[in-house]
Ligand binder design. Structure first.
Ligand SMILES: NCc1[nH]cc(CCC(=O)O)c1CC(=O)O
Length: 352
């Protein structure tokens, strides 16, 4: 921890040694997954620094509403509410699912840590006995997902299945299967693991078939840029390997300049000697009729190398026609998404 306490910090009243014992306030949404993620992060921070962490539940508009998530521009509303509480000094830091963050940097905030990643893969969830690969599904099998990325990749290998739009929290999505309403759902392994629902997983989906969302399974710990003491404490839980992987994946997403509901996927994994990072990237049409996939490997020992790798792979996919493919997609009901012809779109979170 930094010996300099931040006297301007509105949530800070203690000084010197007492400051180091003051609990760090961690803002979280009230959803079960958000609380599970925040609790996990809080334990990691306390373990690594000896500093107590107290959860502060913040209510966000998105949590109260039943309106389709698209109406709020993906998960942006959750992110915004947490960031506002942080900037207002109500909490010291917040935790986001990294894949739900817009790619545009937030100048007053600091990405203080990316802790070790959960399983980045997607999972097929449903009743035991379900075939573990989509191609083996009987025609008309109803598979639930609200994610264009997942839908496109499922339809690419199994155009005979019926992809059913789905939203809501992880428990309610799983309930659609036990209710008999759907035959299967596709969800992130990470969310299922954090909620203790791995028993519902029929099989993890191989990234060769279903490439995950950029940064899936990773968390982003964010504090105020002007709060170096909190940043120093949070740095203790940063995992450099995870950070390099998600930096490459997100640079790929940003480089494509994709809309927030575009079918875009990426996964970076360490290869061979451990200094080499392999990045796989994918762009598809929503119906899965065209899937563009490319891979690049490079020595990556610094975050900047990872960013360069992601940017190179984005250019490679743009050169292969990925840009036309994304531009051809119809605009969705998202106030932040401009028509396809519009110039640069600064915020590009990936949905699901
Ligand atoms: N799209 C919503 C979302 N955002 C983060 C997770 C949990 C997994 C993660 O941290 O990547 C989920 C649920 C899901 O995709 O199944």
């Amino acid at each position: 921890m930094s010996p300099h306490s931040d006297h301007d910090h509105p949530a800070t009243h203690a000084h010197g040694a007492r400051e180091e014992k003051r609990p760090l306030l961690l803002g979280t949404r009230r959803s079960k997954l958000a609380v599970a993620q925040a609790t996990w992060a809080a334990h990691r921070v306390t373990e690594a620094t000896g500093r107590p962490v107290r959860l502060v539940t913040l209510s966000t508009e998105g949590d109260e509403s039943d309106a389709p998530i698209e109406r709020f521009g993906s998960t942006g509303v959750f992110v915004t509410a947490l960031r506002e509480a942080l900037l207002a000094g109500k909490v010291d830091f917040v935790v986001h699912s990294f894949k739900d963050l817009p790619t545009a940097p937030e100048p007053e905030l600091r990405l203080a840590a990316v802790p070790v990643r959960e399983d980045p893969r997607d999972a097929l969830a449903g009743p035991a006995g379900l075939p573990a690969d989509f191609a083996g599904f009987p025609p008309g099998t109803r598979v639930g997902t609200g994610s264009p990325r997942r839908a496109a990749q499922i339809l690419a290998v199994a155009p005979h299945v019926s992809v059913v739009p789905l939203r809501g929290n992880v428990d309610s999505r799983l309930a659609r299967v036990s209710d008999g309403d759907l035959d299967a759902v596709v969800l992130a392994m990470a969310g299922l693991a954090r909620l203790g629902r791995l028993a519902d997983v029929v099989a993890p989906l191989p990234p060769e078939t279903l490439l995950p969302a950029p940064a899936q399974g990773a968390l982003a710990l964010e504090c105020r840029g002007a709060d170096p003491a909190t940043a120093a404490a949070l740095a203790a839980v940063n995992d450099p390997e995870t950070r390099r992987a998600v930096t490459a994946e997100r640079a790929f997403l940003a480089g494509l300049d994709a809309g927030c509901t575009s079918p875009v996927a990426a996964l970076a994994v360490r290869e061979g000697d451990g200094r080499t990072l392999r990045l796989d990237g994918m762009v598809a049409t929503p119906d899965g009729s065209t899937v563009l996939r490319r891979s690049l490997s490079a020595p990556v020992t610094r975050t900047e190398h990872a960013r360069a790798l992601g940017e190179r792979l984005a250019r490679m996919l743009l050169d292969a026609g990925g840009g036309d493919l994304l531009a051809a997609q119809p605009p969705v009901d998202d106030p932040r998404r401009r028509p396809a012809q519009a110039p640069h779109q600064p915020t590009t979170p990936a949905l699901g």
